[in-house]
Ligand binder design. Structure first.
Ligand SMILES: Nc1ncnc2c1ncn2[C@@H]1O[C@H](COP(=O)(O)OP(=O)(O)OP(=O)(O)O)[C@@H](O)[C@H]1O
Ligand SMILES: CC(C)(CO)[C@@H](O)C(=O)NCCC(=O)O
Ligand SMILES: [K+]
Length: 254
């Protein structure tokens, strides 16, 4: 079995693979102040519930876009799993040709998504990941990672409205009945959900136009489903794309 870790700014998603099969996956909050042992308790409990022992895990791979907690997580894995994790970064074979101005600058989650996306959906391809930030990645017909776009995530956008406007409440992110809201909550839900779907379609169409391509457009991330149903350009949602990419990269480095 291998254990894969996707460390994002909001959530840590982890999964256990037996061969190519994802047998378990879990979502924890990313907490910058948790200690090695606090994460260790969570991991131990999850393994126990799943009936898995640490000594059944042959290897661990981790990708992170949160440098301040890397040290804690590496120590967690050594102490509670008894393995040195493979960390996605310079020196790890991903098989991806990265054409960003500075390839080291691309978030590891975006690289991992691209690796999985190419494998599962082919190229040219656009991947939209709805997380803390919403990212777009464009992979051209030759399989090269060209770059993309980064916009404020849905959670961040909703949070900013509530934080900065005295009369705007914190709302549930849900689709309202009509694009015209006739109360504050419905109006905010319309602006966020339909506005966001429009932004996603706008960026996707610009990519298609600028590069004169018809890419497949695949979405992933915690809030993908909510927007994908309203989007005219997203073809499907693959919630486990990042975990799959981690498994593939692990295999390429064995
Ligand atoms: N129902 C909701 N209402 C309001 N905000 C939400 C809701 N669900 C998620 N969020 C917020 O949306 C953002 C993205 O959450 P999501 O669960 O998609 O994270 P994620 O895909 O794990 O992201 P990352 O990989 O960046 O950690 C977070 O800021 C989160 O707090
Ligand atoms: C954009 C996020 C925050 C999305 O998780 C992450 O991929 C990141 O921190 N990226 C670094 C900047 C870049 O990808 O250009
Ligand atoms: K993510």
């Amino acid at each position: 079995m291998i254990l894969v870790f996707d460390v994002g700014n909001t959530n840590i998603v982890l999964g256990l693979y037996k061969g190519r099969e994802l047998t378990h996956h879990w979502r924890l909050s990313t907490n910058r102040s948790s200690t090695v042992d606090e994460y260790g308790i969570l991991l131990t409990n999850l393994f126990q519930l799943a009936g898995v022992r640490a000594d059944q895990i042959e290897g661990v791979i981790l990708s992170s876009v949160v440098p301040p907690i890397m040290n804690t997580l590496e120590r967690l894995i050594v102490k509670y799993v008894g393995k040195e994790p493979l960390v996605v970064g310079p020196g790890v074979k991903t098989g991806l040709n990265i054409r960003y101005e500075n390839p080291r600058e691309v978030g590891a989650d975006r690289i991992v998504n691209a690796v999985a996306g190419i494998e599962q959906y082919g190229t040219p391809l656009v991947i939209v990941d709805f997380g803390t930030a919403t990212t777009f990645d464009y992979i051209d017909a030759t399989g090269a990672y060209i770059g993309g776009a980064i916009m404020p995530g849905i959670g961040i956008s909703a949070e900013a409205l509530y934080q900065r406007a005295a009369k705007l409440p914190r709302i549930e992110l849900a689709k309202p009945k009509s694009v015209i809201g006739r109360n504050t909550v419905a109006a905010m839900q319309s602006g966020i959900v339909y506005g966001y779907a429009g932004q996603v379609d706008g960026i996707s169409r610009r990519i298609a136009k600028e590069f004169n391509v018809t890419p497949r457009i695949i979405a992933t991330g915690g809030l993908a489903e909510l927007i994908a149903v309203e989007s005219e350009t997203i073809e499907l949602v693959d919630p486990l794309l990042t975990l799959e990419g981690l498994r593939i990269i692990y295999e390429r480095n064995k």
